[in-house]
Design a protein around this ligand. Structure first.
Ligand code: FES
Length: 148
């Protein structure tokens, strides 16, 4: 049994093997590997007795789940209306330019991921971003880069 198989078996062993637990299982696999290895998804499909197509469909639906590795740290910039009106577009352009990779991608060393979201619920602080889940407001590119 390889590393992926053994970790997935531990995750599967933590709850009943029922399809209703699919999302929770996928979230745990995402947390363990920082992405969803294809091999892991096939194991989950077999263990839960559901089609691989269903597992891949659920995995592809949620933005928090990824088929490619996410950065160890995650900068998520809000692109909601309030943040857009307060310059989140320019913030994202500047970050992409300075970091050398685009929204939805990670740095080549895997240490930082850059993502966007539609509203973080902190519109009064626009433009807003989170770093590893912590909310930061009134951001400029310089402030955002300092945070990471
Ligand atoms: S629009 Fe950005 S936090 Fe609401």
């Amino acid at each position: 049994m390889n590393s992926v198989e053994s970790q997935v078996m531990v995750i599967l062993g933590a709850r009943p093997r029922e399809a209703r637990h699919l999302l929770a299982i996928l979230q745990e696999i995402q947390a363990a590997f920082r992405y969803l290895p294809k091999e892991a998804l096939l194991i989950v499909a077999g263990a839960l007795g559901i089609s691989a197509a269903r597992v891949f469909s659920v995995a592809g639906f949620y933005k928090a789940l990824s088929f490619t590795p996410k950065g160890e740290r995650l900068l998520t910039v809000c692109q909601g209306t309030a943040c857009h009106l307060r310059g989140s577009g320019k913030l994202i352009e500047s970050l992409q330019s300075r970091l050398g990779f685009k929204i939805g991608q990670s740095s080549s060393d895997g240490r930082l991921g850059l993502e966007s979201v539609n509203c973080l619920g902190a519109c009064a602080l626009a433009p807003v971003a989170t770093v590893d889940g912590a909310v930061h407001g009134h951001l400029t590119p310089e402030k955002a880069l300092e945070l990471i």
